[in-house]
Design a protein. Structure first.
Length: 367
């Protein structure tokens, strides 16, 4: 009997992830032919998998994957794939499954042959249109299956990125993007139970949009940064069955002339300083700050990750200027303020424990 082996359910191209599993393959662990379901074509194999998942026959769906031939890793691979299939959100009903197209994937085929052996004679991606019913409405969902020909017979599996729902969609009108105040108006939605705005500082359920409703995201209320407008399927935006980002907006800070600035604020994660205020540096990584010689400043930094940080002002040789540095601090959500008088000896500001990633330039302007 020829050994038959296919990919695990971790994506369309996942050969390298199984390298260690295949090294330990042992013929003594190979499954019997009766344990594996096959079909005469890639389309038929994929359709059988989709039908089994929709019917809740997860063991049958896994049997079409060929995971039984992964040797010592077979049992774990089958269990993981079954769990993946069980977790797929289900439509209310499926009326039809149409095989639309097969596309040869030479890279996938080459990778599987290198990782497995020449028993894999072909590998394709198969596209289906699945007529599903959701909330008494029928919609077409696009589903992709990975199919493998093993000695003249076909096996198939849904990759982990697949779903049996159509993508929820919505149309958004955006006014004044990349400004301190951005207006969003939901003009329509399709195959979506709701639409909401997602951001680091807001709760999705508090920012849902109804059709023809306008919502304003501002620098003052929600803060500077990027916000996604998301169409979702499910009972709540907090636990959606499926979602699609239909728009991304950017809220910027209110710019203030550097000549009028005497307070500067930064967030300080290990990856780099991030500007908070004034508005022209909000959201900017390691922003250049401008100073007026002789003016007194308050420079505040916030510990956003609980690591050990400080802030120091250095000259062009890297030496601290006039002892302008704070103590090391690691308190999560803590902050420190460095009060200093600007002198042209100051060339940069930095975090001494992380000076490779947290370093910004200082320039001088006239008052």
């Amino acid at each position: 009997m020829n050994r038959r082996r296919v990919l695990s359910g971790s994506g369309l191209v996942a050969v390298s992830a199984l390298g260690g599993c295949l090294d330990s393959f042992d013929d003594s662990n190979a499954a019997d032919d009766s344990d594996v379901e096959t079909a005469e074509s890639a389309c038929a194999a994929g359709e059988a998998v989709i039908e089994a998942i929709v019917a809740g026959d997860y063991d049958d769906a896994v049997a079409y994957s060929g995971q039984q031939y992964l040797g010592e890793q077979s049992e774990r691979a089958q269990s993981d794939l079954r769990e993946q299939y069980e977790s797929l959100p289900q439509p209310d009903d499926v009326h039809d499954i149409v095989c639309e197209d097969e596309s040869q994937d030479d890279q996938l085929l080459e990778s599987t042959r290198e990782a497995f052996d020449t028993d894999v004679t072909d590998a394709v991606h198969v596209e289906y249109t699945v007529d599903v019913e959701l909330s008494d409405e029928q919609h077409d969902a696009s589903v992709t299956v990975a199919a493998f020909e093993l000695n003249g017979a076909w096996t198939a599996m849904l990759p982990s990125v697949s779903r049996l729902f159509p993508e929820p969609q919505a149309t958004i009108d955006v006014e004044d993007d990349e400004s301190p105040s951005v207006e969003l108006t939901l003009t329509s939605r399709s195959v979506a139970d709701g639409v909401y705005v997602r951001g680091d500082r807001i709760e999705p359920s508090a920012y849902e949009l109804a059709v023809d409703e306008t919502l304003t995201i501002t620098e003052e209320e929600e803060g500077v940064g990027e916000y996604d407008v998301v169409a979702y399927l499910g009972d709540s935006p907090d636990d959606p069955d499926a979602e699609t980002v239909v728009e991304t907006i950017t809220v910027t800070g209110v710019e203030e002339p550097w000549e009028d600035v005497d307070e500067i604020e930064l967030d300080g994660p290990v990856s780099g300083w991030v500007g908070v205020s004034p508005g022209q540096i909000a959201g900017v990584e390691n922003p250049t700050i401008q100073l007026v010689e002789g003016r007194e400043y308050d420079l505040t930094w916030n510990n956003t990750d609980g690591s050990v940080h400080n802030i120091a002002l250095v000259d062009d040789d890297g030496a601290v200027v006039d002892d302008y540095e704070t103590d090391l601090a690691s308190e999560p959500d803590g902050s420190q303020t460095l009060t200093f008088t600007a002198t042209t000896a100051i060339d940069q500001y930095l975090c001494e424990p992380h000076e490779q990633t947290k370093r910004g330039d200082v320039e001088f302007v006239d008052s």
